[in-house]
Design a binder for this molecule. Structure first.
Ligand code: ADP
Length: 304
């Protein structure tokens, strides 16, 4: 079997008695975009910090490119780019000086650093015009932090909520930028607290809650496991006497049933025909991944 670029086994993190992350297992192929989604407190940031080698797991292991994080974290970090949820930036520095500073920390030579910075700023359409970081908008600061995460030309990017809290245009821009990173052959693992941007972006998705996995796989897989297709049938009859197949609502003088059982749809159609009524409309309702996510979270909330 082809070796995955990231392999995570039995990952767990405790803070005292509190278990923030429990028994996570996943693997990520080279060039994949992997999204970790869950509500606040699900354990997403804790997971990313372990993947970035910033905190040590209580149990389990992380391997990247066949190297073991517990032994080879220095080497692993040389090909990682990490974007924290809140990036502390040096407010008084200009964007160029700031990025050159980080390039030097990674041992990138000055002329190469300048070239990279020029390309990154262009790709991110960030025109800072010599401004101090402290004077930039929130979205521009996020772009600076993203540029910084890429300055060492890493193969694996670990991004905590890259597009959250930004205006819709910048958020969309960053989402598109992450897609372009994949095209450039990078592997990206990122978190989000809703599925809204994740659905079209990710090859695989891990949904977490209370530190544990709820489900993982492709959007299609998650849809198959959780997303029931429903049928909505609208019909017209003189009266409903004797109809007992499903709950009926009245809409604009017609009757409507919504069911996931195709037999009920068929039997209702026959019943309407036998009464001399009409079928007004028959529609299939396919839930979005976001609908499924909310329903998973809802079910879990009421499960215990
Ligand atoms: P998410 O990123 O999904 O919002 P986090 O990974 O930040 O979740 O947090 C998961 C849980 O772990 C939360 O309940 C949080 O309060 C707790 N937690 C995170 N960091 C610490 C810490 N350093 N000490 C104690 N508890 C922590």
């Amino acid at each position: 079997m082809e070796q995955k670029i990231i392999e995570v086994n039995g990952l767990r993190k405790e803070y005292g008695d509190f278990v923030a992350v429990e028994n996570l297992n996943f693997s990520i192929g080279k060039g994949e975009i992997f999204g970790i989604v869950g509500p606040n407190g699900a354990g997403k940031t804790t997971t990313l910090k372990m993947l970035g080698g910033l905190i040590r797991p209580s149990r389990g292991n992380i391997a990247m490119k066949g190297l073991d994080m517990s032994r080879d974290s220095v080497e692993i970090k040389s090909f990682l780019g990490f974007l924290p949820e809140e990036s502390p930036l040096y407010e008084g520095m200009s964007v160029d000086d700031y990025l050159i500073f980080f390039a030097e920390l990674y041992g990138v030579g000055k002329s190469e650093a300048k070239k990279r910075i020029r390309n990154l700023l262009f790709d991110l359409s960030l025109n800072a015009d010599g401004k101090r970081i402290g004077d930039l908008s929130k979205g521009m600061k996020r772009k600076v932090a993203i540029a910084r995460s890429l300055i060492n030309d890493p193969d694996i990017l670990i991004y905590d909520e890259p597009a959250s809290g930004l205006d819709p245009m910048t958020s969309r821009y960053i989402t598109d930028y992450v897609r372009s990173l994949k095209k450039a052959g990078k592997t990206v693992i990122f978190t989000a607290h809703n599925l809204y941007q994740v659905e079209s972006l990710c090859d695989n998705i891990l949904i977490m809650k209370n530190g544990t996995e709820i489900i993982q796989g492709t959007a299609e897989h998650i849809r198959q496991e959780y997303g029931k297709i429903q049928y909505r049938l609208e019909f017209r009859v003189d009266n409903l006497a004797g109809y007992g197949l499903a709950e009926v609502k009245q809409v604009n003088g017609d009757y409507v049933i919504v069911t996931d059982d195709i037999d009920i749809v068929n039997n209702t159609t026959k019943w309407v025909a036998a009464r001399g009524g009409d079928i007004v409309e028959m529609r299939t309702i396919v839930p979005s991944l976001e609908d499924i996510f909310l329903s998973i979270m809802g079910i879990e909330l009421f499960a215990d």
